[in-house]
Write a protein that binds this ligand. Structure first.
Ligand SMILES: [Zn+2]
Ligand SMILES: [Zn+2]
Length: 146
């Protein structure tokens, strides 16, 4: 998705969900790490985290969340997370409350190797190399990297 496509996506979603036009800029900001999006009070533009595109349902929920900030703020209503207007809109329009954690766990793997046959084992959790043996040759395994 390019910045232009993002802009169109946000404009369309704003019309479909809120029946209100989005008339400012939406751009990808690759410096966002753990947040899916951000609304800027000063110039009303929205930043989005491209990484959340891998799940379009989640991304949609993030865009709706930011659009809640946007439309409420422009209307002089409670646009902060703790405001009841915001909470109500988030529920009504199906915005996500928090950006879910990106699946770092899936990327972070512990790699073990058999000393004898060199088979690699990838595990989500650390394993006790004293207790386990290679499934192929029963050789000793050792921790390689994560
Ligand atoms: Zn927010
Ligand atoms: Zn082995």
């Amino acid at each position: 998705m390019t910045n232009e496509q993002l802009q169109q996506y946000v404009e369309q979603l704003s019309l479909d969900v809120f029946a209100l036009p989005f008339e400012h800029k939406a751009i990808f900001n690759d410096r966002l790490k753990t947040t899916g999006g951000r609304y800027f009070l000063a110039d009303h533009h929205l930043d989005f985290n491209r990484q959340y595109l891998m799940d379009l349902k989640i991304f949609r929920g993030i865009v709706i969340h930011e659009l809640c900030h946007y439309h409420l703020h422009l209307r002089g209503m409670g646009h902060r997370h703790q405001d009841s207007d915001f909470k109500e809109w988030l529920n009504r329009y199906g915005g996500l409350r928090y950006s879910p954690r990106l699946k770092e766990n899936e990327k972070k793997m512990y790699v073990y190797e058999c000393k004898k046959c060199r088979t690699l084992y990838r595990r989500k959790r650390r394993m006790n190399t004293e207790r386990y043996r290679c499934g192929r040759c029963r050789g000793k395994i050792f921790y390689k990297s994560s």
